[in-house]
Design a protein around this ligand. Structure first.
Ligand SMILES: Cc1ncc(C[n+]2csc(CCOP(=O)(O)OP(=O)(O)O)c2C)c(N)n1
Ligand SMILES: [Mg+2]
Length: 723
């Protein structure tokens, strides 16, 4: 072979000369889009800018080494990756101006919050680190569908009708984050699960040595994340100069091969630079001296590649100029079009908070229980709420193979062999709600999570984005807070922030509430109004076995995320038992139940206060002849305004009662709406009954005085009837 031919076929860690040129084109475009956005921001034509400058080589390397069938959870510096995957400068600028046709969010998110459905780039957000657990869940979904291909088939009549499942057997999931973000607990939770389950995830740390102004040695013990994570089992590790395109590419090729072989996750620690300030709101000169900035500049990835192209004779100066001119022309044309693009209609803001396809309040969910088999007395006997939740989960798992259940202690026994040997009976949840499900459906459908609530909700969110239906359990409401970032900033926003590009209809079951005699502060909390305050999250709170069964089934078949609150005290009460209503029994969301009809006043309540309100209502009827209508809302978001309106118009007196603390509670909203919209029908002020504004104490006499009792309701009813 001649020398010229040899040169022409020379590769750079496997990248051809033509690929090197195209890589440079993308890296240059990426930097130029940043520069253009900075200009547009200064001209006040866009409203935010954060750049990917200095991170171009690692992004392009990833895009070239990975496949279109892989999945991507990139962070905001990944502009060059997204361009390599096929997103365009025009699309990015549509996001920057907040255009109606912005394919990422329809004008809802800041620029650089990547989300391109076509490219499997899953909608990203601003909280640093929330993407990592979701990426783990995404990888788990790929593996799940490969093992259960039948589950991927579309089925009419529930959320599956509206969810295309895409998967290939040897796919992997890319997730990236900055050096500072490795300080987040969720990062460590994700590493732990990926290692433990040998998941095909490539974790990419883009280490530019700063998190805004905080240097890496303050974030990371010893200053090097690679050293800290080196003890995780099952990982393939790379530490690479992320400003070197070919070296970065090689790291991705090795990492991807390892993941695709099913050996486990990979970790790429890429040393990059941040030549611009953190964002346009930051001035790095305040905390970085000139000499340090110069040192970074000498490693600029774009400059390095340009020099390599010239040195290797791949492009000469003329060729570089020509390429850069082409980029400039394309960018100018993209900018002109983006600036002229139509803006979103202002009446579109409430679109896609919930599924536009499946309405869980619709009459289609209004069904009747099927009569129990009369030949089987066991079937016809009234069952507890715990029993019916268990039966509902079982029947839904039979019906829908996309359902998986995980959480703390929910499995029968993680050490399967004990079950097989029949040497143990199995646990199935601290309240036994999931008992027998692992034994029946297998350990890949019902399994224990680590003791980490963000892990549960974050992974579930990633799985549901891919089309699975995770029905996860938070063991106690009191411990839901580690998952709060996922529950407030992620799960309920996936659909809205991506303008319906993605959705994540997870069911989160939570054991809630007090009246336990000894439950004390940390096993008795309510706090539902914190969650009804979150747009995009359905919140359900049944008071009896039949409602729990019907509403749980609706929650599972629904196309929206649902927080399903199960009162621990009601799990095994005699009150509200019912025979199993059959495998198709559903109750629409947002429809209250009249627990007792009445004419003199209305009590609006839910959960464990329902039986207490009924007790008080019966007493006041007996002793004072006051007829009380008790409304059990059973679904808190949406809630049944029609039922409230009808009742208050009839009775003209109303109490809103709940177990949660009184101030700022769920009742405040209902009371305010009644005052606002039904004032003319009221003969007395709207009254509220709730817990004292303290936590629940351990000693039963303290618990009794803190939580609202039937007697408190009785007194409230009496005083209201006398008003
Ligand atoms: C949970 C959370 N806390 C704080 C912030 C504000 N914030 C945005 S970016 C950032 C620094 C991130 O640094 P790093 O992870 O190193 O990424 P880099 O920007 O350097 O690429 C901070 C503190 C945030 N977005 N989310
Ligand atoms: Mg950083």
């Amino acid at each position: 072979m001649s020398k010229a031919n040899l040169t022409a076929t020379k590769t750079y860690e496997g990248l051809s000369r033509a690929q090197m040129v195209e890589a440079y084109r993308t890296m240059h475009m990426s930097r130029k889009v940043d520069d253009r956005e900075i200009l547009l921001k200064r001209q006040q034509k866009i409203f935010f800018q954060i750049s990917g400058a200095g991170h171009e080589a690692i992004g392009v390397a990833a895009g070239l080494a990975l496949r279109p069938t892989d999945w991507y959870y990139p962070y905001y510096r990944d502009r060059a990756l997204c361009l390599t995957l096929g997103a365009t400068a025009y699309e990015m600028l549509l996001t920057a101006v907040g255009a109606a046709d912005d394919p990422q969010s329809g004008g809802r998110q800041m620029p650089s919050h990547w989300g391109f459905p076509r490219q499997n780039v899953v909608t990203q957000s601003s909280p640093t680190g929330t993407q990592v657990l979701q990426a783990v869940g995404c990888a788990e979904a790929g593996r799940y569908f490969a093992a259960h291909p039948e589950a991927a088939v579309k089925v009419d009549g529930d959320y599956r009708q509206f969810k295309d499942v895409k998967f290939v057997g040897d796919e992997l999931t890319y997730v990236s984050l900055g050096d500072g973000t490795t300080s987040e607990g969720e990062f460590w939770e994700a590493m732990n699960t990926a290692a433990n389950r040998k998941l095909p995830v490539i974790f990419v740390i883009q280490d530019n040595e700063y998190a805004i102004s905080v240097p890496v040695e303050v974030q990371t013990a010893g200053g090097n994340i690679s050293r800290l994570v080196s003890g995780f089992p099952n990982f393939h590790f790379e530490e690479v100069d992320g400003t070197d395109l070919a070296a970065s590419y090689a790291a991705f090729v090795r990492s991807a091969a390892y993941c695709r072989e099913g050996l486990g996750p990979s970790f790429i620690h890429a040393h990059v630079i941040r030549p611009y300030s953190h964002s346009l709101s930051d001035d790095e000169k305040l905390y970085r001296p000139e000499a340090e900035r110069q040192r970074d500049a000498a490693r600029d990835p774009n400059m390095r590649l340009q020099m390599l192209l010239i040195r290797e004779g791949i492009l000469d100066e003329k060729g570089i100029n020509k390429l850069e001119k082409e980029v400039e022309e394309e960018l100018q044309e993209a900018t002109d079009r983006a600036l002229a693009a139509a803006l979103p209609a202002i009446d579109s803001v409430e679109k896609f908070i919930y599924s536009p396809d499946l309405d869980p309040t619709s009459p289609a969910f209004d069904t009747q229980p099927t009569a129990p088999d009369s030949k089987d007395a066991k079937d016809a006997a009234p069952k507890t709420m715990a029993d019916l939740i268990n039966s509902t989960l079982r029947d839904e798992m039979k019906r829908d193979e996309r359902i998986v259940i995980f959480g703390e202690d929910v499995a029968d026994c993680s050490r399967e062999e004990y079950l097989q040997q029949k040497s143990v009976k199995g646990k199935g949840g601290v309240f036994k709600l999931t008992a027998g499900l692992q034994a029946e459906f297998g350990s890949d459908r019902v399994f224990n999570s680590p003791l980490a609530e963000a892990n549960i909700v974050g992974r579930a969110t990633g799985m549901a984005t891919r089309g699975m239906k995770p029905v996860v359990e938070i063991q106690f409401f009191d411990y839901i807070w580690p998952a709060m970032m996922q529950l407030r900033d992620e799960l309920p926003l996936i659909r809205w922030r991506s303008n319906n590009g993605f959705s994540s209809p997870v069911v989160v079951r939570v054991a809630i509430g007090g009246y336990l005699t000894g439950g004390a502060i940390y096993h008795s909390q309510c706090g539902e109004s914190t969650f009804t305050h979150i747009p995009g999250l359905r919140v359900v709170f049944p008071s009896n076995a039949l409602d729990a069964a019907g509403l749980l089934r609706t929650a599972i078949r629904c196309d929206d995320p649902v927080l399903f609150l199960e009162h621990k005290r009601l799990y095994r009460e005699t009150y509200g038992r019912a025979p199993y209503p059959g495998p198709e029994y559903t109750i629409p969301f947002g429809k209250a139940r009249i627990a007792q009809p009445g004419t003199d006043m209305t009590v609006i309540t839910y959960g464990a206060v329902v039986p207490r309100a009924l007790q008080a209502a019966q007493k006041i009827e007996r002793e004072h002849g006051v007829s009380v209508e008790v409304i059990d809302l059973r679904c808190l978001n949406p809630f049944d305004w029609d039922a409230i309106e009808t009742s208050v118009k009839k009775t003209n007196r109303v109490i809103v009662a709940h177990e949660d603390t009184l101030s700022w509670g769920y009742g405040a909203e209902i009371a305010a709406r009644i005052a606002d919209q039904l004032f003319d029908y009221l003969d007395a002020p709207v009254k509220r009954v709730g817990a004292k504004d303290v936590f629940v104490a351990y000693q039963p006499i303290l618990e009794d005085i803190i939580l609202p009792q039937a007697n408190d309701l009785f007194h409230a009813m009496k005083s209201l009837s006398e008003y």
